[in-house]
Write a protein that binds this ligand. Structure first.
Ligand code: PLP
Length: 369
């Protein structure tokens, strides 16, 4: 098998040194290990620009969806109601979670290429007094759009509701002041912009809101409050922790700091993203999301306009030359996606553009450069 770099938005390409941390089988009960968990939680608070007095972090085994499911099924009580704001598959996944767990909820759906409107959210909150919580995705990885959580947070806070954000593919790649924005629960995972490997998600919580959720959980293993209570004592996880993943994540956090923190990483991602879009436009390949709303994480591109184009053929061609791209996920158009997070630099984007050029030329697809 050829080695390739991932242009998928998590799992993503990690450093050799992050991968290297996983060669050691750490025990889970001793103080060394518990300290690693405590340090990770402290560092995540600092990356979110919040203080230990009123915020805390809960790590949860499983992929990102487990974190979202943990929050939704742990903090929304039997007599409470959730408004889900959805403009992509990850917003829709929250409705799936709500259905499975029997949550009372309503949905505000927006087109996949449009940012949800805070006015619409406000109207829904005013019209339905039963709504107590609002949940939305920040970077909708389905399309690559970056939603305006600041504007929505304002109306959610003005109405006195709890705000839950799936910042899975943005936290660490976009600088966010969690307190100032007004996010009560932010969910992300180890294998996205912090550049660790898959295995756990993390939730940055307002402590008072987390405490209010005691006894509300509908699941044993995903009980956010109980997970926190155990972990907060001394850093021991409630059930077996993904030790190798935790070690890799701890290293990834140190490497984020060495890079210059989130501002430096955000700049690198944004630069790669803009360069990629510019290069693809030179070949006549257009992005699905408007420039104004395009996020810096992943880009959806329309297929080239030609009956002879095959995504599978293009995918294989690019993979043989060292990069794995991503199929499209939007429903109304034929698209593919390219992520630019992880250990991906401008040199990779330039190399990738050359591979695309070759492919288009060899296959008689229009290259307008
Ligand atoms: C990756 C991601 C998730 C979680 O997906 P998993 O497959 O469970 O890791 C959730 N929301 C968004 C926006 C994502 O990008």
């Amino acid at each position: 098998m050829n080695d390739y770099k991932l242009l998928t938005p998590g799992p993503l390409t990690t450093t050799e040194s992050v991968k290297g941390e996983m060669l050691f089988d750490h025990c889970t009960w001793d103080d060394d290990y518990k300290k690693i968990t405590l340090d990770i939680r402290r560092e995540l608070l600092s990356l979110a620009h919040v203080e230990e007095e009123d915020h805390t972090v809960v790590l949860m085994q499983g992929s990102g969806t487990f974190g979202v499911e943990s929050v939704l099924t742990s903090i929304i009580g039997k007599d409470e109601k959730l408004l889900i704001v959805a403009n992509g598959a990850y917003g829709e996944r929250m409705t799936d979670i709500a259905d499975h767990s029997g949550l009372s909820y309503t949905v505000y759906r927006e087109h996949y290429d449009k940012v949800p409107s805070s006015d619409a959210v406000q109207r829904m909150l005013k019209d339905d007094a039963y709504i107590t919580h609002v949940a939305m995705v920040h970077s909708e990885t389905t399309s690559g759009i970056l939603n305006d959580i600041e504007a929505v947070a304002k109306v959610v806070k003005a109405e006195g509701k709890t705000f839950i954000v799936d910042a899975m593919s943005s936290f660490g790649g976009v600088d966010m002041d969690v307190e100032k924005i007004g996010i009560d629960f932010l969910v992300s995972s180890a294998n996205k912009c912090i550049q660790g490997v898959p295995g756990f998600s993390f939730v940055i919580c307002r402590k008072d809101k987390l405490m209010e959720s005691r006894g509300k959980a509908r699941s044993l293993s995903l009980d956010l409050y109980d997970q926190w209570k155990t972990m907060d004592k001394d850093g021991k996880w409630r059930f077996t922790s993904p030790t190798h993943v935790v070690l890799a994540f701890s290293k990834a956090l140190k490497e984020l700091e060495e890079e210059g923190g989130i501002p430096a990483r955000a700049k690198r991602y944004a630069r790669s993203n803009r360069l990629l879009i510019k290069k693809m436009k030179e070949f006549g390949v257009k992005p699905y999301i408007d420039e104004k709303n395009q996020g810096p994480i992943i880009t959806t591109f329309y297929y080239p306009e030609s009956s002879s184009f095959s995504f599978q053929e293009m995918y294989d061609y690019i993979k043989e030359r060292g990069y794995a791209i991503y199929p499209g996920k939007v429903t109304e158009a034929d698209t593919f996606r390219i992520g630019n997070i992880g250990e991906i630099y401008e040199t990779d984007i330039i190399k990738l553009a050359d591979i695309f050029r070759q492919f288009f030329q060899e296959h008689g697809l229009e290259v307008t450069e």
